[in-house]
Design a binder for this molecule. Structure first.
Ligand SMILES: NC(=O)C1=CN([C@@H]2O[C@H](COP(=O)(O)OP(=O)(O)OC[C@H]3O[C@@H](n4cnc5c(N)ncnc54)[C@H](OP(=O)(O)O)[C@@H]3O)[C@@H](O)[C@H]2O)C=CC1
Ligand SMILES: O=C(O)CCC(=O)C(=O)O
Ligand SMILES: [Mg+2]
Length: 752
């Protein structure tokens, strides 16, 4: 059909949308969905190009000199980071792995087995060369992608059609008992919140972070920290001794209350601080193991920061009596302590096995949706003590739990919505702090000093303390305030700034919000500033009345709330519209607000069923076409956007989203239905007659082929498949698995 359908005059083949190749379930879905959108977009002269920002791709890009010419890959992430700063940017960003050390090592091992001569990840880099290799891997580790691309603030919400669908087809929601023993435990003293100091710098400057030991020896921790006038700079410290005391108390408390012990951190985004906190909890949980065998474990590079699984899998390298001693001590520790919340009770994988298995943004809402329970070692669900060491945001979850205990679970058929406007641009706040976080080696002070030598921030520190600096630039703050007002105006909903006047950083932001708000027309709008706990209460009262409340938050609460409320409201954050209006005019369209669903890949490999729901991709693509239409005047892109929007609504109403069960419609089947409804909408629209005429044929083929296509798609399910790799599957194999319908493929080939 494309032969008959050249782009009309005035549309040049210049418009490009970048579609990201990522990891796990969304990457697999891309093998099926991208050919469809490439075919449809070509009719509007729009090209969809891919860029590889997968974990495997990023590892490969960092070690060119170790690889053969044809194994090398360009640094696509770096390219996209630059593109995101230009008005031309139109990027569709799928979720990607933010790798913990165990994930990074697994990816390296897989690539090595595929013939890539990559160096091992050095656990204890000693030589200059090892330090250099480690530094490169550390750039790939953790949340290395999102902060680079997010050159704008965040606008995440459940679209009206998704909310309406959820109200009519509510997801399961566990009931809440007033007797639930589930609670949140948080430090409250000597943590990051408590020790925070904050300044607004008056003029452009270059700061230095240094450690001054008791004998006056000065060590530069960060040589050069360029800052701009109006930037908010914070420093804070979590005290190791206080943390250890707190964790020991919570272990005893969980045991005495007969509840599970669970730990909720963000070891991926907070890739320096949170693995260390994770490691301290592992130590506290298994004190005998580390008191007796700490030195041997350290010598073997078995680091509790990487979780219990890493230690268990490395035991064979130890002397037999040490190995057996450690195993026995671990078993005793697990038996004597409170029961641990489990990630997979069948396989014995606990909350403390892998630091990236339980990630606070997704884990706390999942727990709240399941009656405040997590999985116990016996495979049953049980109440839990959810340990969130830093108290900056823990109160939000405690408030939700208290509300559920008092008033019962939320009702997805009637509850309101809490969309989010998040301050995120230019590595704002905690999520940009990796290069300014230090585990302190010696007693002394950490100082942040300006170029003139003035000490702006200063903390006393002890060995083991975690000192952390954050930056928040003024331009993003102004943009965030503006976006909040825009969204309040567009929706008529109240907008609440979740800012805690008692916290040093937030106090500075409150001053700025109060300064910038009068620059906007806020007449008739309800705009409030409340502490996170007050804002939670306010939003929950409204949610129970079916009312919507915009949350306007910093970067961490943006992350937490855009899983929390969507998971309660619509069952998953995969159904969110997630737009990042880039500060320089481009558009970044994130697909949903969740992650890359490793469990879905496991199911595909075992039984060839992919339960990943691409709704987030559909929504992002619509927004991307709309942005393209506005920014380039491409009228056909607008037609594609409008028709895709309608097709997505039909897909929801007709119940063509993927099922979780093998033998039923999966991700691939939902793509077929989307393609079909989209073609039908394109054929039916009257804005572009030529497009309508040509899509009539495609629509006919797809409607008539329904039975055959479904038979082809369902026929393959039920047995294991080989995609030739987990982190870097074989392109041909993955494509063959994800495109098993010859009839659908032929229909798309018509479009070219
Ligand atoms: N934007 C990004 O790039 C993000 C990346 N991540 C990364 O993702 C990985 C996994 O993170 P995790 O915290 O487990 O969270 P995920 O959001 O990946 O998964 C949690 C669960 O949510 C459900 N889910 C999520 N997305 C979908 C979807 N599209 N369709 C259907 N169900 C969905 C699945 O439930 P079920 O199993 O019951 O079907 C899944 O197991 C990590 O490597 C993390 O670093 C995490 C968050 C954001
Ligand atoms: O980048 C990441 O690691 C996670 C991002 C995330 O969870 C979010 O933005 O909601
Ligand atoms: Mg998140």
């Amino acid at each position: 059909m494309s032969n008959k359908l050249p782009p009309p005059d005035g549309i040049r083949l210049l418009a490009t949308i970048i579609y990201t190749h990522t990891d796990e379930a969304p990457m697999l879905a891309t093998y099926s969905f991208l050919p469809i959108i490439q075919a449809y977009a070509s009719t509007a002269g729009v090209e969809l190009e891919t860029r590889d920002i997968s974990l495997a791709g990023r590892i490969i890009a960092h070690f060119p000199e170790h690889l053969t010419e044809d194994q090398r890959l360009p640094d696509d992430l770096n390219e996209l980071g630059e593109l995101a700063k230009t008005p031309e940017a139109n990027i569709i960003k799928l979720p990607n792995i933010s790798a913990s050390v165990p994930q990074l090592k697994a990816a390296v091992a897989e690539l090595q087995a595929q013939g890539y001569a990559l160096p091992d990840y050095p656990d204890e880099p000693a030589t200059a060369e090892e330090k250099e290799i480690r530094a490169r891997y550390d750039r790939v580790k953790g949340s290395a992608v999102n902060p680079v691309l997010r050159e704008g603030n965040s606008d995440r919400r459940a679209p009206a059609s998704v909310k309406a669908y959820a109200r009519q087809n509510p997801h399961s929601m566990g009931t809440w008992s007033p007797e639930s023993k589930t609670d949140v435990a948080t430090m409250g003293a000597d943590d990051f919140r408590d020790n925070e100091q904050s300044v607004v710098v008056a003029a452009d400057d270059t700061l230095t972070i240094r450690h001054v030991a008791e004998d006056g020896t000065t060590t530069v921790l960060k040589e050069s920290l360029p800052v701009l006038a109006g930037e908010v700079v914070d420093g804070t410290v979590m005290r190791a001794a206080a943390l250890d005391r707190f964790v020991a108390e919570q272990i005893a408390r969980a045991k005495s209350e007969g509840v599970l012990f669970s730990l909720h951190l963000k070891a991926t985004m907070m890739k320096v601080s949170d693995p260390i906190i994770f490691g301290r909890v592992v130590r506290a949980f298994l004190p005998e193991v580390f008191a007796t065998y700490g030195e041997q474990l350290a010598a073997a590079g078995l680091d509790p920061n990487n979780g219990l699984a890493g230690i268990l899998s490395g035991l064979d390298a130890l002397e037999p009596e040490v190995r057996d001693g450690v195993r026995a001590a671990i078993d005793r520790g697990l038996a004597e302590g409170p029961e641990l919340a489990m990630v997979d009770s069948d396989k014995g994988i606990s909350n403390l096995h892998v630091p990236s298995d339980v990630i606070v943004d997704a884990s706390m809402p999942a727990m709240i949706r399941s009656s405040g329970r997590m999985w116990a070692p016996d495979g049953e669900q049980a109440d839990t003590l959810a340990v969130i060491p830093d108290s900056s945001y823990a109160g939000v979850y405690q408030t939700v739990i208290d509300d559920c205990r008092a008033n019962g679970a939320y009702d997805p058929t009637t509850m309101g919505s809490v969309p989010n406007v998040g301050l995120m641009a230019q590595k704002a706040e905690e999520y940009g702090s990796h290069d300014k976080t230090f585990e302190i080696a010696e007693t002394g002070t950490v100082q942040v000093v300006d170029a003139a030598g003035n000490v702006l921030l200063e903390h006393r520190v002890e060995p083991g303390d975690l000192w952390r600096g954050c930056q928040t630039k003024d331009v993003p703050i102004r943009d965030w305030v503006k976006l909040a007002v825009t969204r309040a105006r567009e929706t008529g909903s109240p907008a609440v700034f979740w800012l805690d006047a008692e916290r040093a950083h937030d106090a500075k932001l409150i001053e700025k919000v109060k300064e910038y708000l009068p620059g906007h027309d806020t007449s008739g709008l309800q705009i409030e500033i409340m502490s996170p706990v007050e804002a939670t209460r306010f939003s929950l009262e409204r949610i129970r009345r079916g009312e919507d409340t915009i949350s306007v938050t910093g970067n961490v609460l943006r992350d937490y709330l855009t899983d929390l409320f969507p998971i309660l409201e619509v069952g998953t954050s995969a159904k969110m519209l997630s737009i990042v209006p880039l500060i320089n005019g481009g558009g970044l369209f994130e697909t949903g607000a969740g992650g890359s669903a490793p469990k879905h890949v496991q199911q595909l490999i075992e039984e060839n069923h992919l339960r990943w729901d691409s709704l987030g991709e559909f929504l992002a693509l619509t927004a991307s076409f709309e942005h393209l239409a506005t920014s380039t005047g491409n009228a056909r892109a607008k037609v594609l956007a409008d028709t895709l929007d309608k097709a997505t609504a039909t897909l929801l109403l007709e119940g063509r989203s993927p099922s979780r069960k093998v033998g039923e419609l999966d991700n691939r089947g939902s793509h077929y239905y989307l393609a079909r409804y989209w073609a039908q909408e394109l054929a039916a629209q009257t804005d572009d007659a030529e497009l309508a005429a040509d899509f009539a044929e495609v629509a006919r083929t797809l409607v008539e082929g329904e039975e055959t296509i479904n038979a082809e798609l369902l026929g393959v399910q039920g047995s294991p498949v080989d995609i030739g790799g987990y982190y870097q599957p074989d392109d041909e194999k993955a494509s063959a698995v994800m495109r098993p319908s010859a009839t659908l493929n032929a229909a798309l080939a018509q479009l070219g």
